[in-house]
Design a protein around this ligand. Structure first.
Ligand code: ADP
Length: 543
């Protein structure tokens, strides 16, 4: 039977055109470096973005050429998000928090031709000079700084307008963007997204039982736009006409809450540490902000402690907990509250919400140990493996790696999970972070989340330290909330009823802060450097 549906390509051009056709009055709000708010409409965004496309074509952009961005989250970055792909280019969002040598490595690996940089990040660009070169460097002068030598002005670049701009023929399998893993566990690896994968990811992620994005939403893109396509939110907003709000470089809790209030934000995504900061401020000054009813905060990239989900509920704010990675576009699983929770008691409800949830509709998932799928008992740990139309099948410029892909075509995520009878998964760790004590696995993530439930604890990270008898034992690095105190003994007593005795950390270290990766995750490799060499001691008193 050959007479079936049209073979119509899935491209972001469709989403971009739709944004203009149906939602020209939807707002795009950006916090500028001087803290003022820049406002434009989807109509203006559409014309400026087409102007960018026309300018890139005049500059000689050919299909498949890479265009890099080095920018905070704001309207100019949004223009690049659409302007580069609808012109047939491939957007490479540089991770501004990586070491300059690593940024240069990704630029050279991706063979970027052009760079669009905002003037706040010109000093970082200058550190890349000589290590990585671009044909043209275009500076969006958000703070009005003088144009550096050899660069051109973004507004002048766009000034030719979009007259005569034509979309090139785009196949849905054409590349649209490249992002690099943030290198938490090694050298950054490039993942190339196609138009098709991006559209399918956006449509799937915005479903009601996932992000639930609609035209009524005001979406604040808090997670950096260099991180995994800004988690796909800009494409979802274009599809349905949701308002977009960008925090610029002001990512502190005070600035975010202010923006959430003035723009009546209903949806925002970031890693746990950002929301921990926001929560602490809300708790210190309850009633100061009038947040939009029904605000949802998405946590991905790091585990959401149950205590955080509970605490936000008290402010009428719903936490959605998701799992994904650069390789998965990113959303692969989510635990969104639904009617299935009604039959559970409060404790069970929060336990389910703190899990990582169900696989997205287009994602296949399995948990494998020693070559076979583990039972759905919520206990047996195995490696999480996924496949689907927005899961990468390879890495840019790297040969097939059997450590990353199975022979039968699944991505080996390097994450360890359990799966329960309802199909919900719960990540227990990265394989590299699991603690192997006396031949048994201890989940560092579980311990961290339990310690963070203590009222005096702001943050906690748990690592393995070598132990002569047990192989490895857990060590907890704890940051206390300002003005609060808790001893190691007290924390140990707090944990005792909650975990098996052999899970209890051998030692607590109190620190002022926990080192972070470029995307705000706990940098466990650094913690291991700092603390793993020390012999383990019993948890007695404050070290
Ligand atoms: P990197 O591996 O360099 O940190 P990514 O940003 O792609 O790069 O991170 C993906 C990883 O982040 C996952 O493999 C997983 O270990 C971790 N991760 C993602 N979401 C969660 C979550 N909700 N809970 C715990 N860990 C998570």
């Amino acid at each position: 039977m050959r007479a079936t549906m049209m073979d119509y390509p899935l491209t972001v051009v469709q989403l971009f055109e739709r944004a203009q056709r149906y939602f020209p009055h939807t707002e795009v709000v950006s916090r500028m470096p001087d803290k003022s708010l820049h406002r434009e409409t989807f109509g203006q965004f559409y014309h400026r973005t087409r102007s960018l496309g026309a300018a890139l074509a005049r500059a000689g952009l050919k299909k498949g050429d890479r265009v890099a961005t080095l920018m905070w989250n704001h309207y100019a970055h949004l223009e690049a998000y659409f302007g580069v792909p609808v012109s047939g280019g491939v957007l490479h969002t540089l991770n501004l928090r990586l070491h300059p040598d690593d940024i240069a490595y990704t630029i050279n690996d991706a063979a970027d031709r052009f760079l669009i940089v905002d003037d706040l990040l010109v000093p970082l660009y200058e550190q890349l000079r000589g290590k990585a070169n671009f044909e043209r460097v275009i500076v969006a002068r958000l703070s009005g700084k003088a144009l550096p030598a050899g660069c051109e002005d973004y507004e002048a670049f766009l000034a030719g307008g979009d007259a005569g701009f034509d979309y090139p023929a785009i196949d849905e399998r054409d590349p649209l963007g490249i992002c690099y893993t943030s290198g938490t566990t090694g050298r950054p690896r490039g993942v190339v997204y196609s138009h098709r994968s991006t559209v399918l990811h956006a449509l799937s992620s915005m479903l009601p039982d996932a992000y639930g994005i609609s035209r009524r939403d005001s979406i604040c893109m808090v997670a950096p736009m260099f991180h995994i396509n800004g988690w796909g939110l800009a494409f979802m907003a274009a599809a349905v006409g949701a308002k977009l709000v960008f925090p610029g470089p002001a990512l502190d809790a005070e600035s975010l809450l202010g923006l959430f209030e003035t723009e009546q934000v209903t949806f925002a995504g970031a890693v746990t540490t950002v929301w921990l900061g926001v929560l602490q401020l809300l708790e210190r000054e309850p009633g100061r902000w009038r947040l939009a009813p029904g605000l949802r905060l998405l946590i991905g990239g790091t585990a959401a402690p149950e205590s955080l989900i509970r605490a936000f509920d008290r402010f009428g704010v719903t936490v959605l907990h998701a799992w994904g990675m650069t390789e998965t576009s990113p959303l692969a699983t989510i635990s969104a509250p639904g009617p299935h929770l009604a039959a559970l008691d409060e404790q069970q409800r929060y336990a389910v919400r703190a899990k990582h949830g169900l696989a997205m509709p287009l994602v296949d998932l399995r948990v494998v140990a020693e070559g076979v799928e583990v039972p759905r008992d919520g206990k047996t740990m195995g490696e999480l493996q996924v496949r689907g139309p927005y899961i990468t099948g390879a890495y840019h410029n790297l040969a097939h790696d059997p450590e990353k892909f199975t022979e039968d075509g699944w991505l080996r995520t390097g994450d360890v999970a359990v799966i329960d009878a309802t199909g919900y998964i719960k990540l227990t760790d990265r394989i590299k972070d699991l603690i192997k004590s006396g031949g048994e696995w201890i989940s560092s993530v579980d311990l961290e989340n339990l310690i963070m439930a203590h009222p005096a604890v702001a943050e906690a990270a748990v690592i393995a330290v070598a132990h002569p008898k047990w192989g490895e034992r857990p060590l907890a690095v704890v940051v206390l909330k300002p003005g609060q105190s808790a001893s190691a003994e007290e924390l140990q007593k707090f944990l005792e009823p909650k975990v098996a005795k052999w899970w209890l950390p051998d030692r607590y270290v109190f620190a002022d802060s926990i080192p972070r990766t470029s995307t705000g995750k706990f940098l466990k490799s650094r913690l291991r450097e700092l603390y793993a060499g020390r012999p383990a001691e019993p948890a007695s008193g404050r070290p």
